[in-house]
Design a protein around this ligand. Structure first.
Ligand code: FAS
Ligand code: PHB
Length: 388
């Protein structure tokens, strides 16, 4: 098989790039190792920057997002018994859309199907070859090894994928910070406790009130790294969650059976450069953030935006400036997302054995934040998404 752009990974990054290029007549093939049901079964991001939403509209995949997604003009930070609001729209003129990654990925799959896009599931043992020459991909389908010749390989295969690992160690530099806790996430068919998100800083640990719709709540609590989902029966989760909420929310909390429960460790990670020969990395394949700043999926958006325009310039105008500048340009925005996610995580979580001095710094950071419109404006502009 031959194609112009071979994409490893059928998550939001790979699918969005494939759809955008297809609309411009550029041929792609997406190789996804899992089934579609498996990909859609993962509960992940919930908040989309306006930049991501605009890309979905440009990809002609935004009808349901615009119909069912909720526009949010602000969110709350609860701390020391008070709830302060971050008025995103007043501070920046922009808003965010609350729309689950699962639904967004479903919309992208449906758009690929409608245009008969080549998305191959159950692609086992995907391997990129000859990345500094004329690249090709191989993968196993049943007992058969198949080959796809392409001009470029885009690694959209997430943190555990094969593409970043295909770059020679000597060419790659990795930056990582691990956090001494994880997030236990619960999905429940209950009315959300708050119409806007509430990030709760609490001495017992961080908690987050989010949602997927007015009948589907998405809640998180900070848990020790040693905890497993099995340690948290629903009753134990609801009791602990309620203890970390501000009083008005705690009194209105509606509990119910969890329909999904998972623990994700928190990590900050960046791989540089995001290019090796004709291989380009995008999304989680190149960078990971703790979800505190809702930057994970949104950091992938600017990678896809830069790659999409760079590939257009290559194929339509024979100009490779965009491809040659991709890694540097993408990393500049990725690192701003890293900084913001790290800062929000340090601000709102309870660190085991935290020095008293660091505790005072957290408290001072919060009081400064809500005493200075400029400090709050900085938080808000990062949350709604810095310009591409
Ligand atoms: P993805 O990981 O989504 O997709 C990669 C795809 O490649 C997968 O479908 C995988 O099956 C496939 N793949 C992997 N290896 C392959 C191989 N060798 N061959 C072929 N295919 C391969 N972000 C937020 O903003 N908010 C959140 O609350 C949030 N929560 C998260 C919770 C968890 C547990 C995780 C892991 C991430 C979370 N994220 C969150 C971040 C998440 O949303 C990512 O940023 C987003 O999925 C990035 O999308 P992709 O880059 O497409 O990577
Ligand atoms: C979510 O709804 O899953 C969500 C929202 C905001 C975050 C993290 C997760 O910062």
């Amino acid at each position: 098989m031959k194609t112009q752009v071979g994409i490893i990974g059928g998550g939001p990054s790979g699918l969005l790039l494939s759809q955008l290029l297809h609309l411009q007549g550029i041929d792609t093939v997406v190789l996804e190792k899992h089934s579609r049901e498996h990909v859609l079964g993962r509960i992940r991001a919930g908040v989309l920057e306006h930049g991501f939403a605009d890309l979905m509209r440009e990809a002609e995949c935004a009808a349901r997002m615009d119909r069912e997604g909720e526009i949010h003009e602000g969110f709350f930070i609860a701390h020391d018994g008070v709830k302060d609001r971050v008025a995103l729209k007043e501070l920046t003129g922009n808003t965010v859309i609350v729309y689950g990654q699962t639904e967004l990925t479903r919309d992208l799959y449906e758009a690929r199907d409608k245009r008969k896009g080549a998305v191959i599931h159950h692609a086992e043992d995907v391997m990129p070859h000859d990345l500094e020459g004329k690249p090709y991909l191989t993968y196993r389908s049943g007992d058969e090894i198949k080959r796809i010749d392409c001009d470029f390989v885009i690694g959209c295969d997430g943190f555990h994928g094969v593409s970043r690992k295909s770059i020679p160690r000597a060419k790659l530099r990795e930056f990582e910070r691990l956090y001494p806790f994880g997030w236990l996430g619960v999905l429940s068919r209950t009315k959300p406790v708050s119409p806007e998100l509430i990030y709760c800083k609490h001495e017992r640990g961080f908690a987050l009130c989010s949602l997927r719709s007015q009948t589907l709540s998405r809640y998180y609590i900070q848990v020790p790294l040693t905890d497993k989902e099995g340690d948290w029966a629903d009753d134990r989760f609801w009791d602990e969650f309620k203890r970390r909420l501000p009083p008005d929310a705690a009194s209105q909390l509606i509990t119910g059976p969890s329909i999904e429960k998972s623990i994700a460790p928190l990590r900050s990670f960046v791989a540089e450069p995001m290019r090796f020969g004709n291989l380009f990395l995008a999304g989680d394949a190149a960078h990971i953030v703790p979800p505190t700043g809702a930057r994970g999926l949104n950091s992938a958006a600017s990678d896809i935006y830069y790659l999409y325009h760079a590939l257009l310039d290559h194929y339509k105008r024979g100009n490779d400036d965009g491809l040659n500048a991709y890694s540097q340009k993408a990393l500049a925005r990725v690192w701003k997302g890293q900084r913001f996610s790290w800062w929000m995580t340090m601000l709102l979580h309870t660190f085991p054995d935290q020095a008293a001095y660091d505790q005072r710094l957290q408290e001072t950071d919060l009081s400064y934040l809500f005493s200075s419109p400029r400090a709050l404006g900085s938080l808000a502009e990062n949350y709604v998404g810095l310009p591409f």
